[in-house]
Structures are given as C-alpha cells and as structure tokens.
Design a protein. Structure first.
Length: 425
C-alpha cells in the first residue's frame, strides 16, 4: 500500500493526536459522572480522524475505501456517546436500562454494516470517483442511507444540547463556564459539517467533522482544568425539591402559589393544586394552615391534622428578597413532627407519674394508725412498724436518738438531773 502524506493528511493526523491526548487526560476521570462516556467518545474521534488521515494519504480508490470504512467505526459512535455524556451530566442516565442504551446503536450499527458492504448496494456511497481537481483524491457521492444516518446523528446532537442547557437552567452561576464550554464544543462540529457541504468550503475534500471534534475535545480538556468539568456537575433544582422529604411551598408577594413539591401535597393529603392559586382558595388544611402562617409575625406555626391518624405539622416561613432587599416571595418548609410530639407527650406523662409517685412516698397526710401502747404505726400493707422506720420510709426526715428527761430518770436515775433543771441526754 502506497501512502502519500499531504496537508490534509497531516491536519487529520494532528486532529487524531489531539483527540487521543484528551482521551488519555479524561481517562483519569472515568469514575466521575460522564467521564467514561467522554473518554470513549474521544477514542471514537481519534479512530475517525486517524483513518481519515490515512484515507487522504492512501493511493488508489480501493485503499481509500478501506480507510473510509474503518473511519466509520469511530464516526457512528461519537453522537451516541456524547448523548450518554449529556445524560450523565444531567443525572438522567439512571433511567437508561441497558436495552434502551442498546437502542441508540441500532442506526449506528446498521450504518457501519452498510458502509462495510457498500459495494453490494451503494446505500452509503452511490458513486466513488477520482477527483480530477486534486492530486490523489476521490469524490464520494452519498447514497440515501448516508442522509438517514446524518439526520439521526444531528437529532442526537440536538438532544444533547437540550439536556445540557436544561441541566444548567437551575444551576448556580458557578456552572456557567461549564455550560458555555459544552455548548460551544457541541456547536463546532455542526458548523464544520455545514461548512464542508457548502460550495465555498475553504478546505475542499477535507473531512472537517473529526478535526472539529478534536477542537471540541480540547475545549473539554480546558473545561476539566479550568471549570472542574466532570468533578463538579450541576444538580437541577427540581431534582432536589421533588425528592425532599419535607414539604416545600413558595408563595409570591400576592399570596399566590408559585411552587409546591409532592411531599407538601402528601403531608396535607392533597392530590394536586394549580400554580397561581391564591392561598384562600387552596383546599382543606393546606389553605387554612398557609393562611394562618401568614398572620404569624414570627413565621412559625404548628398545626394538628385530624383524621384516621392525628398528625402534627410544623410550618416555618422565610422571605426571599432580591438584591435590593425587596421581598419577592415567601418560602415555607413543612415538616411532619408527629413522632416528636408523641415522644414529648410520653415524656410529660412519665414525668407526671413520677412526680405523683414521689409525692405519695415522701408526703405524710391523712390518718396514721398508731398503737396507743407501743407507739408502732401500721402501714398500708397492714404491718406494724416502729415510728423511726415508718418516718424514714415515708418522709425525708433524718432521725436521731436520745432520751427524754422522764426516760432518763426511769432508766438511769443516777445520771438524771433534778426536776426543774436542764435536760441531759
């Protein structure tokens, strides 16, 4: 096989080298969201550009067709892989089960097969002839399936752009650079394809899309370093709000409903409400609770919902203001505090029972049965106990022992004082 390298060949091979460099750089980020899809896409661009470079250099129509078919192995994979990258970037790839992903490759696989067998049907290239205007060049006249594939790949490109734009719609401003990089990188191959099909193409005969995708790869490489592409990805606002376990309600300054998440509807037992509805027109406890909260200066309300099971809800509101400090809306967070209230009530009940028991044990009240002879006291169980034991069990008193004057004279007459003098113990 003879190869004659010219400017077109070197341009395509340079594009292949750039695509390979980006693929190797992104290989270290395959664990990041969308990293594997981006790496595989740049490998596909590398194959596309490399084979296109050798197609320009090959001498003879047969050899050029061989490299053109080989280039299709990369060409047909670029758009589906970029769509997978966009889905991962938007965090929607979890919806794609393997068989749905496989559907994306039906037309690419058919295109590659038709390119390999083009001599039998001419659906990809209806005619391949030498180009008399350029040395060692051929002109490809495309067949009907080629345009089917082009339309399909264009549709995947549009879908990728929409996914990236929607992912950035609710993202913080820090992600604006990422979005600009991705959308610019996606637009360059489209412009290159359009330029290559126009009569005033400044690069006649050159396969512009792989070179354009290499430029896209460079932009993505810059994005990985400058804007932390693949390391940081925006989380769409609705993904967070829709999956919150707490209720989320937004009212405008006219007390009209702007937004409400499924958790808030479920907490109030409401199936659906229309955006723009006024608070006083909202159904059931939802409208009453929001109206009562609006009258609270502290923005805090606890309400109880009756029904099959009593539930306690905690509502807290805060004002949303613009840059000038003017109120623009009111954010309300609704939380189910039924379990917390149940625990508080149980704690209060236990405290009350303990206090009552303590009062019964430590307080002497009512009639106390005492023996008129030995002075023992009968307890609640019918046992006779000494005064000392009874008092120690039923009060906090600390008892000491001694002898009164009468008992001292009776028991120890020698030690007893005379009557009328001080007491001795």
């Amino acid at each position: 096989m003879n190869l004659v390298f010219g400017p077109e060949s070197f341009a395509e091979l340079l594009a292949a080298a750039m695509a390979l460099a980006v693929a190797l750089a992104s290989l270290r980020r395959t664990s990041a969201r969308g990293g594997m899809a981006l790496t595989l896409m740049m490998v596909a661009v590398f194959v596309w550009a490399l084979c296109s470079g050798f197609e320009f250099a090959a001498v003879g129509v047969e050899h050029k067709i061989f490299f053109s078919v080989a280039a299709y192995a990369g060409t047909v994979n670029v758009a589906p892989l970029f769509l997978l990258f966009a889905l991962r970037y938007r965090r929607s790839a979890s919806r794609l089960v393997p068989w749905r992903v496989a559907l994306l490759w039906i037309i690419p696989a058919a295109t590659l097969a038709l390119a390999a067998t083009n001599g039998a049907h001419g659906l990809i290239w209806s005619q391949i002839v030498a180009d008399p205007g350029r040395l060692n060049a051929v002109r490809y006249v495309h067949g009907p399936w080629y345009w089917v594939a082009v339309a399909y790949f264009a549709a995947l490109g549009v879908a990728s752009a929409v996914l990236i734009a929607r992912a950035a719609r609710y993202a913080p401003r820090a992600f604006a650079g990422q979005t600009a990089i991705l959308l610019t990188g996606l637009a360059i191959p489209w412009l290159a394809t359009a330029l290559g099909s126009m009569p005033f193409n400044p690069f006649p005969g050159m396969d512009l899309p792989p070179a354009a995708f290499s430029i896209t790869g460079i932009l993505l490489f810059v994005g990985m370093g400058r804007f932390r592409l693949l390391d940081l990805v925006p989380v769409a606002r609705h993904l967070v709000v829709e999956r919150m376990t707490d209720g989320f309600v937004v009212l405008d300054v006219q007390e009209r409903l702007v937004d409400i998440n499924p958790a808030a509807l479920a907490l109030f037992g409401v199936s659906a409400v229309a955006a723009g509805s006024r608070v006083d027109s909202l159904p059931g406890e939802l409208g009453r609770a929001l109206a009562a909260l609006g009258e609270r200066p502290d923005g805090h309300l606890e309400t109880t919902l009756a029904g099959g099971e009593v539930r306690h809800l905690d509502l807290r509101s805060s004002d949303l203001r613009d840059r000038l400090g003017r109120p623009t809306a009111r954010l309300i967070i609704v939380r189910d505090v039924t379990e917390r209230r149940r625990m508080e009530m149980e704690r209060e009940r236990l405290i009350g029972e303990l206090q009552a028991a303590l009062a019964d044990v430590k307080t002497l009240s009512g009639l106390v049965p005492i023996c008129s002879s030995c002075k023992k006291i009968r307890d609640d169980r019918g046992y006779w106990r000494t005064v000392e034991r009874y008092l120690s069990e039923h009060s906090d008193a600390q008892l000491t022992h001694g002898l009164c004057d009468d008992c001292l004279r009776r028991l120890y007459p020698d030690l007893a004082p005379e009557e009328g003098t001080g007491t001795s113990t």
